[in-house]
Design a protein around this ligand. Structure first.
Ligand SMILES: Cc1ncc(COP(=O)(O)O)c(C=O)c1O
Length: 379
């Protein structure tokens, strides 16, 4: 029907590039007919969720006729007690993704600006484009470190939000504590810092901050966290924001009442109390990071040191080929072109065994490529 063509979506939507998720395991299994597939593409927890959370989930499989708690009171109480915050300083959302959209809806008028160190997590741009606002990217330096002066010089009267992802996805580099302090002290008063520390638990350097201390002392900052990474609950979709009370009150205006389902609420409440699972997850990641660093060094591959659960690896002009070959051998990683890094892949850290498989596969692909290149040169 021609009439359908008269129904036009908002112009702002033309700027939105749909999010490309990591390929799911089942899809690769089905497409390639493989039995062994490992996924090192979406920065998930390779050891799974907290066993206590799993037990709570199976005991809660009833009362689905009831709506969930719109205020997620139990979960907020558990988070507040763990992080020395008040429940009023918290908002619980359908993943940190939803929170990024809510922040955008709360603060961005058309033609407002957000500053985003680049490359970084694509959802910040999505939120801005959704609202008809402008993204001002500030490049990271050649070693993917943040440049505070460049961030500050990108500020204009229209800047509303400054996003800092620390550890940064996809580089694994971080925004040190003294830099955050300087940023907060230097920014004009009308700007909110959105500090995304989704991967904070994996950071081991002393000068790292998850940003929460600045929320506690009342700075204009909102810290984003998620249950999808260290807590292993990505499939349940739950995250949260921590900010001074007045910021939370503004964001609550645009929140759907029942944004977080009841299973997600009980599971996350149990997960945040399970210190043993948290510590085990950190240990597996720190050891896996060392295992991969060692292997990449032996293979003479250049990589960026990471404070997170993934590593950005430089593979030069063969990056796409290596990514595809890994996929064909049942190892899903992320190809860097999504971030404008076509010579890189991003590898999520897995269990010792998964890392071992990745190392074996990448070594044999590199060997084959070298042999191929030698033959080509001799032609
Ligand atoms: C930096 C960063 N922030 C936020 C998110 C979103 O997390 P969630 O699963 O809670 O929506 C991700 C997910 O990959 C991420 O990498």
């Amino acid at each position: 029907m021609d009439k359908i063509n008269l129904i036009k979506h908002r112009k702002a939507l033309n700027h939105i590039v749909p999010y490309t998720p990591g390929k799911p395991l089942w899809e690769v299994q089905r497409e390639l007919g493989l039995t062994r597939v490992i996924k090192l593409a979406s920065n998930e927890n390779p050891i799974g969720p907290s066993p206590i959370a799993l037990e709570i989930i199976s005991n809660s499989l009833c009362e689905f006729n009831r709506y969930p708690d719109a205020h997620a009171v139990e979960l907020k109480t558990a988070i507040a007690s763990k992080l020395s915050l008040t429940a009023e300083q918290l908002i619980v959302t359908n993943g940190a993704d939803e929170l990024i959209t809510l922040i955008s809806e709360t603060y961005l008028e058309p033609d407002d600006e957000i500053i985003v160190p680049s490359p970084s997590f694509s959802e910040y741009d999505f939120g801005a484009h959704l609202m008809g606002a402008k993204v001002v990217p500030v490049p990271l330096d050649h070693e993917y470190q943040f440049n505070l002066d460049m961030i500050l010089s990108a500020v204009t009267d229209r800047t509303k939000l400054v996003y800092i992802c620390s550890p940064n996805n996809p580089t694994g580099t971080y925004f040190p504590k003294n830099m955050l302090e300087q940023l907060l002290q230097s920014l004009p008063n009308h700007i909110l810092v959105v500090f995304d520390s989704a991967y904070s638990h994996y950071a081991t350097n002393k000068d790292y901050t998850d940003g929460l201390e600045y929320v506690r002392s009342g700075y204009p900052i909102i810290v984003l966290q998620t249950f999808s990474k260290i807590y292993g609950l990505a499939g349940l979709r739950v995250g949260f924001g921590a900010a001074p009370e007045s910021i939370i009150q503004s964001i609550v205006h645009v929140k759907e009442p029942f944004n977080v389902n009841s299973i997600a609420q009980v599971a996350a409440t149990a997960a945040i109390r399970d210190q043993e699972h948290l510590e085990e997850s950190i240990k597996v990641n720190t050891e896996g990071r060392e295992q991969l660093y060692k292997a990449f060094t032996e293979l003479e591959l250049r990589f960026t040191e990471s404070m997170s659960n993934f590593i950005l690896v430089y593979l030069g002009k063969n990056a796409k080929e290596i990514y595809q070959q890994l996929l064909a051998h049942g190892v899903i990683v992320r190809y860097g072109d999504t971030w404008g890094l076509p010579e890189h892949i991003r590898i999520s850290i897995g269990t010792t065994e998964e890392n071992h498989i990745l190392i074996e596969e990448i070594s044999s692909i590199l060997l084959k490529l070298q042999l191929y290149n030698v033959k080509e040169e001799q032609k």
